[in-house]
Design a protein around this ligand. Structure first.
Ligand SMILES: C[S@@+](CC[C@H](N)C(=O)[O-])C[C@H]1O[C@@H](n2cnc3c(N)ncnc32)[C@H](O)[C@@H]1O
Length: 305
């Protein structure tokens, strides 16, 4: 059960969801026809020391199997692969537009600071729960990112702007923000505060990318049950529905950013995968399309998306 001030380590509660998405990236990375490669994902999952998560990666690799196949090839797996592509492209476009300050909200086991090409003078801030950041720092102790990577251990329901400013964030510089796999883990009012804080700290030319599912109830009961069973077979007990707060009654970030006069553009996860030559199972498409994948930009005057 969630509470307003709950906290977690990497293997607990919301923390474990970061392992789930890293496992998916590890799995994709090992495919011959990978649409992206994250060379750090398998190492991070291995550092957790969970046979269950390692078996998820391996089962999917050896042709699917019932366990890995169901978990990684369904709605969740396909959506996670699509969103990785989308947010990688988002950062690349921000770099091309001259942005040099990047903030990853709820960075979890995201290794973009290590795996992407950052121009010199770039800074990547990573915010997450203290124990999650600690775990990643230990697991990647031998890896040195080329970018100036700064950890900001904080709960995103608390005063994270102060913590970010204390680490040297410059609100007068354009920033590319990312909230990947975060918003449904926040109550609606905490999401509102987060978006308001992002806007308040964003100089003209800043941008924000995020995703949010518009309701687990839209995901068929059958699909949910299969996901739960697939994980249970690997010995992993994770019930996402218990960790998420509802979509209903929440601010729609698309209209919120539009109201702030930011330019909003949506991505289509199914089209994105197909553009990369990845067939998307017919059965996964309707539920994948219930996920919002979007970018908003605070124009400087002549900016377009
Ligand atoms: C599904 S994972 C996504 C991690 C990463 N963005 C990715 O896509 O690989 C969710 C992450 O959100 C973080 N998170 C959720 N609520 C948070 C909060 N209130 N404060 C700090 N971190 C939070 C968790 O610790 C976890 O790392």
């Amino acid at each position: 059960m969630r509470t307003d001030d709950d906290s977690w380590d990497i293997t607990e509660s919301v923390g474990a969801t970061a392992i789930g998405v890293a496992a998916m990236r590890a799995n994709e990375t090992r495919r011959e026809d990978a649409v992206f490669r994250d060379p750090y994902a398998a190492k991070l999952v291995a550092a957790v020391g969970s046979d269950g998560w390692n078996s998820i990666i391996d089962a999917a690799l050896t042709g699917g199997g019932e366990t890995g196949g169901t978990y990684t090839n369904g709605v969740m797996g396909n959506f996670l692969i699509a969103r990785t592509l989308y947010f990688d492209d988002y950062f690349t476009a921000a770099i091309t537009a001259g942005v040099r300050q990047f903030v990853i909200l709820a960075s979890g086991l995201d290794a973009r600071a290590y795996r992407m090409q950052w121009p010199s003078g770039s800074t990547v801030f990573e915010l997450d729960q203290p124990k999650v950041l600690e775990f990643k720092a230990t697991a990647l102790a031998d890896d040195v990112p080329e970018v100036d990577r700064r950890e900001v251990p904080i709960d995103l329901r608390q005063d994270w702007p102060k913590a970010l400013l204390d680490k040297g964030f410059d609100p007068d510089q354009p920033t590319a923000w990312l909230a990947e796999g975060l918003l449904r883990y926040l109550p609606g009012d905490a999401q509102d505060r987060l978006l308001e804080n992002v806007a308040a700290l964003s100089a003209p030319g800043s941008r924000m990318a995020l995703n949010i599912g518009t309701g687990s109830r839209a995901l068929s009961k059958d699909m949910r049950e299969r996901r739960r069973e697939a994980l249970a077979k690997a010995g992993i007990r994770m019930d996402l529905e218990q960790l998420w707060y509802p979509w209903e009654g929440r601010t729609d970030p698309r209209s919120w950013f539009a109201m702030q006069q930011w330019l909003v553009r949506e991505g289509d996860p199914v089209a994105l995968l197909q553009d990369h030559g990845r067939a998307v199972p017919e059965s996964a498409r309707p539920d994948m399309s219930t996920h919002i994948l979007m970018t908003a930009i605070r124009p400087r005057g002549d900016d377009t998306l």
